[in-house]
Ligand binder design. Structure first.
Ligand SMILES: *[C@@H]1O[C@H](CO)[C@@H](O)[C@H](O)[C@H]1NC(C)=O
Ligand SMILES: *[C@@H]1O[C@H](CO)[C@@H](O)[C@H](O)[C@H]1NC(C)=O
Length: 212
């Protein structure tokens, strides 16, 4: 598990941009190969259709080599990133719930949130596994293969959309709480909500390309 939660999308973004564009040493890098440029523009064009394209680019460019120009591998990478985000958000909320500094009502909301994020982790894990299977069988043109593809993509849409609902419900649970508590919860969960929305956007776009 990553040592830091995705509590600040901006921080994450600058870290990713720094490491992929400048290199950690700041040294000049050789010009990227034509294949790398093609892979990155493939990601950029799919990310352009998502709700948070800048976050999408920043989180998926580092996986360009694994994605290549495959929609299933792109969706798989986006789900990977979202699953990590969900695990981190759940851990952060668990820590908050156990911190003993919340009112009883807020502590209950925090407990509910941990369990909703736990559901989201489970659904995203299933999504990752299912998209991995699809990525491995991509390109098979039989009728059976396309029925299976349709079924997988539809299942992942259902799970990712339920995970997005859980992210939102977690934050909603704190509606009546003090601004400081709401802000803290939001900082733990909003990055995840954006990653989930992007992954769902990619899977929806993939569904539009998958024969019925
Ligand atoms: C680009 O994608 C292809 C196809 O998946 C892959 O073989 C290649 O390693 C990738 N290249 C880079 C530099 O990302
Ligand atoms: C998704 O994560 C798994 C496990 O870390 C990794 O092996 C796989 O290459 C990732 N898939 C993509 C497309 O990045």
């Amino acid at each position: 598990m990553a040592p830091r939660s995705i509590s600040s999308p901006l921080l994450l973004l600058s870290a990713v941009l720094l490491s992929c564009c400048c290199g950690l040493s700041g040294a000049a890098r050789p010009a990227p190969s034509a294949a790398a440029v093609g892979n990155v523009s493939f990601i950029r064009s799919w990310c352009a259709g998502t709700e948070y394209p800048t976050l999408c680019d920043a989180t998926l460019f580092p996986h360009a080599a694994a994605v290549g120009t495959s929609p299933a591998r792109l969706a798989w990478a986006a789900l990977n990133v979202t699953l990590d985000g969900a695990r981190n958000a759940k851990a952060a909320m668990k820590e908050m719930a156990a911190g003993g500094q919340l009112t009883p009502v807020a502590a209950e909301a925090a407990g509910d949130c941990v369990s909703m994020l736990g559901d989201a982790v489970g659904m995203l894990r299933q999504s990752v596994e299912t998209m991995e299977e699809q990525a491995e069988e991509e390109g098979q043109a039989t009728q059976q293969a396309s029925r299976t593809a349709r079924f997988r993509v539809d299942s992942v849409r259902t799970w990712a959309s339920a995970a997005l609902t859980d992210d939102g419900m977690c934050m909603e649970g704190f509606k009546g709480e003090a601004a400081g508590v709401r802000e803290a919860v939001r900082s733990h969960v909003i990055g995840l909500a954006h990653l989930t929305a992007n992954a769902l956007g990619i899977v929806n776009a993939m569904a539009a390309q998958t024969p019925p």
